[in-house]
Design a protein around this ligand. Structure first.
Ligand code: AMP
Length: 408
């Protein structure tokens, strides 16, 4: 699908091109036809999916092709930052259309309030507002929304979390009953459904939120520094409890390096990466599937496609940058109602990524203490971005018995 398929007017199309959008994202593909069709919509979509464009494009198309003398659309957002971000996207996309917009939010000085008041009085076409400040303008009588055609609630779940429920209902009491209402939310708890029931008319529903990890996965993290990673990996792999393991690393250089290290200590593992021929990759996957190969090492490319039953352990040698990749990675185990273990190595640089993952899965991951024999391993200074970048040999003090020639 391309943006041409939506038949947007020429000026809007120019804006889309100037923003560098070439292909619609999945939420855009699904939501835009519904909105263009005039239906109400409840969409479950997270930030980063292109959800803002999904509602802005059809609304902009409508306003720019019709009447530009009134305030036609109101977008409610939980925070000043989000309101500003949305306004920036409006400015970019609407650049050639002549549609005007203003972000209205609390805080700031009297001048900011005055600026907002003037914008509102000039019948700006789109208002993007946080609920509290909008009510101030509505009750002062400056803002009249009699001609409004579109109401959009963005990050509705966060607005409810922040206690804006009454404010939203009050704002809606000022709006025409005949309008198109679009509700976007990252999650769909019961109170969002109740809100939707109260303010939407026969809405279409779209859900592109990714599913949560299977309940059968025992998720664990180890906090450690880079020099402890490979020794810990070796200890875990020697644990005979696991028969089929995937190790994920963020880059193929790390995958290759780990492969050498595991081979050196006679762990039967193979590396799966894009430098291999298609045939080689297929052979590796087949062996892994047939349980002739107990350990496979790969990047995120491996996390999406591989559908192998009976994988009992997933190890994240590093924390994926995209929290959704974490769910894809660990979803390789505990498939089809079985159980499995997912272990993630977290160094100090990856703490932020871990936090994002815990936010996405809506719970903390269990922290496991490092085995005693690894405690003595010291980090090298300065801590390298990755020990594999410069082919440094890991500190082997945890296992002095290993002859050095066996390593790398
Ligand atoms: P959002 O999920 O709305 O916060 O959008 C996330 C980012 O994706 C924003 O920086 C948008 O500018 C960008 N974006 C939205 N739609 C597209 C698209 N179709 N192609 C490329 N980038 C997009």
């Amino acid at each position: 699908m391309t943006f041409q398929d939506f038949n947007f007017n020429e000026q809007l199309f120019e804006g889309i091109q100037s923003m560098g959008f070439t292909t619609p994202t999945p939420i855009q593909e699904m939501a835009i036809p519904v909105i263009l069709n005039g239906q109400d919509l409840i969409a479950c979509a997270q930030t980063g999916t292109g959800k803002t464009g999904a509602y802005l494009l059809p609304v902009l198309n409508h306003i720019s092709s019709t009447n530009k003398h009134h305030t036609s659309a109101l977008i409610l957002a939980p925070t000043r930052e989000l309101a500003q971000q949305i306004d920036q996207q409006v400015e970019g996309l609407a650049y050639f259309t002549g549609v005007s917009s203003i972000a209205v939010f609390g805080g700031g000085d009297g001048m900011a309030y005055e600026q907002q008041r003037r914008g509102i009085q000039n019948n700006v076409n789109i208002i993007i507002a946080t609920p509290g400040r909008l009510i101030a303008h509505l009750t002062s009588g400056v803002l009249k929304l009699n001609h409004l055609t579109h109401l959009i609630l963005d990050e509705a779940d966060r607005m409810l979390d922040m206690g804006f429920s009454d404010d939203i209902m009050k704002i809606i009491s000022y709006l025409p009953k005949t309008r198109q209402t679009l509700l976007f939310s990252a999650t769909m708890p019961g109170r969002i459904r109740s809100l939707a029931k109260a303010i939407l008319k026969e809405p279409q529903q779209i859900n592109i939120a990714i599913s949560q990890p299977a309940v059968g996965i025992d998720q664990q993290i180890y906090r450690l520094h880079d020099q402890q990673k490979t020794p810990l990996l070796q200890l875990i792999l020697r644990d005979s409890a696991y028969t089929s393991t995937i190790i994920f690393a963020s880059r193929k250089e790390i995958v290759k390096s780990l492969y050498k290290e595991l081979k050196a200590i006679k762990i039967n593992a193979m590396a799966f990466h894009s430098d291999l021929e298609q045939k080689e990759r297929e052979e590796i996957l087949l062996k892994f599937k047939n349980k002739q190969l107990p350990v496979i090492i790969g990047t995120d490319a491996l996390s999406r496609g591989i559908d192998v039953e009976g994988i009992d352990l997933v190890i994240n040698y590093d924390v994926p940058g995209d929290p959704e990749d974490y769910i894809h990675r660990i979803g390789r185990t505990a498939r089809a109602a079985t159980t499995g273990t997912a272990i993630t190595f977290v160094n100090h640089r990856d703490e932020r990524k871990l936090k994002n993952i815990e936010q996405l899965i809506e719970r903390p991951i269990r922290l496991v203490g490092l085995p005693d024999e690894l405690a003595a391993i010291q980090p090298t200074h300065p801590v390298h971005a990755d020990q594999h970048d410069n082919k440094k040999k890991p500190n082997r003090r945890w296992n002095k018995k290993k002859p050095k020639k066996n390593i790398q």
